[in-house]
Design a binder for this molecule. Structure first.
Ligand code: NAD
Length: 426
C-alpha cells in the first residue's frame, strides 16, 4: 500500500487524472506508475576522525522510453525513496516537455552534507559511484548536480567512474567543471531558460515588462541570475531574499540585484546589503523576513529556493498574478488549488526550470562530439527549445482548458506515451 501525501503519491494522483484525459491503456498507465529500476544501497564512508558511517544511497531510473535516464543526485537528510521516485518521474516529464531525447532518473544520499568536510564529501561521492556506478553510463543513465551537490562532486564521481570502467567517458555525468568537459553557460542556464519562458508568458498575457514588479525568493544560482537578467531586461525587481531575510522595495522603488550580489559576496547576507538606515530610506527599501517576500505586493513571484514554500497557510495571501517556479516543487498541492481558484498563472517547474537540464543535454552532446561550444552558441540553442516548449504547453492550456501545470504534465505524459507505444507498450 502506498502512503498518502508523499511526493510520489501526488505524482500518482495527477497521473491517474492524466490517464483519463489522454485515454491511456492499462499497460501504458502501469509503465508510468512504476519506476523501471530502483537501486537502494547502503554505502559506508570513513569520517576524518576515522569513524565509519553507513548511509542510504538511492538511484531511481524511472523511464527511458525517450532516451537514456537523466537526473541529478542530491545529498540531503530528507532524500528518501518516495522523494527520489517523485523527482525521477518529474525528470522524465521535464525532458519530454522540452523535447530533449532523454528519460528520467534521480539519485540521493540520505545525509546531512553540512556536517561533512570536503574530504568526507569526496568519500561519499566516490562511495556512491562504487555502489551505483554499474548502472550509470553515457548511454545508460547520466547524473548531474542537485541539492548540495556541486561541479566538484561531479568531478569526483566522473573520476571514480572512469577508474572503474578504465576509459574516458565524460558524458556519463553533466554539470562538471569546464576543465573536465563541462559546458559554457551551465551556470546561468536554469535562470536564462526561465526568463525565456517568462517573456513568452508576459507576451501571451499582453503585458508590458517595463511595468511589471518582480519578487524573487532565493539568491543562489537560479534566483540571483534570474533577478539579474530580468533587471537588465527592464523589469522592476522589488523583492529579493535569501535564507537570512528579504530586501523589499516600496512605492515605485526598485533593487539592482548585481549590487546586492556584490555586497553579499563581501558581507554574506542579503539583509546586510544596506549598512545604514539612511541609504535604505533613500532607496525606499526595508529588510523583512523571507516569508514576507512571498506575499508582498508584486506582479510576478519567482520562488527559487526550496520546495513547499507556498502552502495552504500562505497561498491565499499571494498578490502576484504570475508565479514562475524556478525551484522544484515550491507550491504544495493545496496551495496550487488555492492559487488556481484565484486566477494566478503558475508556470510549473517542469517547464520553468527545464533550462538547466537542457544545457546538461548540450553538455552531453558536446562530450559525445568532443567539440565544444561558446556560451553564445549555448544560449542561441536554448532559446528556441524553451520557447517551443512554452508554445506546446500553452497550446494545451487553450485546447483542454486547464492550468499550465496540468498542461505541462499532460504534454510530458503524452510524449513519453508516444515513445512507449512505438516500443510496443499499447
Ligand atoms: P542555491 O543553493 O544556489 O541557492 C539557494 C538559495 O536559496 C540561497 O540563496 C539560499 O540562501 C536561499 N534560501 C534558502 N532558504 C531560504 C528561505 N527560507 N527563504 C529565502 N531564501 C532561502 O540553489 P539553486 O541551484 O539556485 O536552486 C534553487 C532551486 O532551484 C532548488 O529548488 C533547485 O532544485 C531548483 N533548480 C535549480 C537548478 C540549477 O540549475 N541550479 C535547476 C533546476 C532546478
Amino acid at each position: 500500500m502506498r502512503s498518502k501525501n508523499t511526493p510520489f503519491a501526488f505524482y500518482l494522483e495527477r497521473l491517474a487524472r492524466a490517464a483519463q484525459t489522454l485515454g491511456l491503456s492499462k499497460a501504458q498507465l502501469k509503465a508510468l506508475q512504476t519506476p523501471d529500476k530502483i537501486l537502494d544501497k547502503k554505502i559506508t564512508i570513513k569520517t576524518d576522525k576515522g569513524r565509519k558511517e553507513t548511509l542510504r544511497a538511492y538511484r531511481v531510473q524511472f523511464n527511458n522510453a525517450r532516451g537514456p535516464y537523466k537526473g541529478g543526485i542530491r545529498f540531503h537528510p530528507a532524500a528518501d525513496l518516495s522523494e527520489v521516485k517523485a523527482l525521477a518521474a518529474a525528470m522524465a516529464l521535464k525532458c519530454a516537455v522540452v523535447g530533449i531525447p532523454l528519460g528520467g532518473s534521480k539519485g540521493g544520499v540520505q545525509c546531512d552534507p553540512k556536517k561533512y568536510s570536503s574530504t568526507e564529501l569526496e568519500r561519499v561521492s566516490r562511495a556512491y559511484v562504487r555502489a551505483i556506478g554499474g548502472s550509470l553510463g553515457v548511454d545508460t543513465d547520466i547524473p548531474a548536480p542537485d541539492v548540495y551537490t556541486t561541479p566538484e562532486i561531479m568531478a569526483y564521481m566522473l573520476d571514480e567512474f572512469e577508474k572503474k570502467v578504465g576509459h574516458s567517458e565524460p558524458g556519463m555525468i553533466t554539470g562538471k567543471p569546464i576543465a573536465l568537459g563541462g559546458s559554457e553557460g551551465r551556470g546561468t542556464a536554469t535562470a536564462q531558460g526561465g526568463v525565456y519562458v517568462l517573456e513568452e508568458t508576459v507576451k501571451a498575457l499582453g503585458l508590458d515588462r517595463k511595468k511589471l514588479r518582480v519578487a524573487v525568493q532565493g539568491f543562489g544560482n537560479a534566483g540571483y541570475h534570474a533577478a539579474r537578467i530580468l533587471h537588465e531586461l527592464g523589469y522592476h525587481i522589488v523583492g529579493l531574499s535569501d535564507s537570512t531575510g528579504a530586501l523589499i522595495a516600496e512605492n515605485g522603488h526598485k533593487i539592482d540585484p548585481t549590487s546586492v550580489y556584490i555586497a553579499k559576496q563581501n558581507g554574506g547576507k542579503i539583509s546586510e546589503h544596506y549598512a545604514d538606515k539612511k541609504s535604505m530610506e533613500r532607496d525606499g527599501v526595508h529588510v523583512g523576513i523571507n516569508e514576507e517576500l512571498l506575499t508582498m505586493d508584486c506582479d510576478i513571484l519567482i520562488p527559487a529556493a526550496l520546495d513547499n514554500q507556498l502552502t495552504a497557510d500562505n497561498a491565499a495571501n499571494v498578490k502576484a498574478k504570475i508565479i514562475l517556479e524556478l525551484a522544484n516543487g515550491p507550491i504544495s498541492p493545496e496551495a496550487d488549488a488555492i492559487l488556481e481558484k484565484a486566477g494566478v498563472t503558475v508556470i510549473p517547474d517542469i517547464l520553468a526550470n527545464a533550462g538547466g537540464v537542457t544545457v546538461s543535454y548540450f553538455e552531453w552532446v558536446q562530450n559525445r562530439q568532443q567539440y565544444y561550444w561558446t556560451e553564445e552558441q549555448v544560449l542561441e540553442r536554448l532559446q528556441p527549445i524553451m520557447t517551443s516548449a512554452f508554445k506546446a504547453v500553452s497550446g494545451l492550456v487553450k485546447e483542454k482548458n486547464v492550468s499550465y501545470r496540468e498542461a505541462a504534465f499532460l504534454l510530458g505524459i503524452q510524449r513519453i506515451t508516444e515513445a512507449l507505444k512505438m516500443r510496443g507498450v499499447r
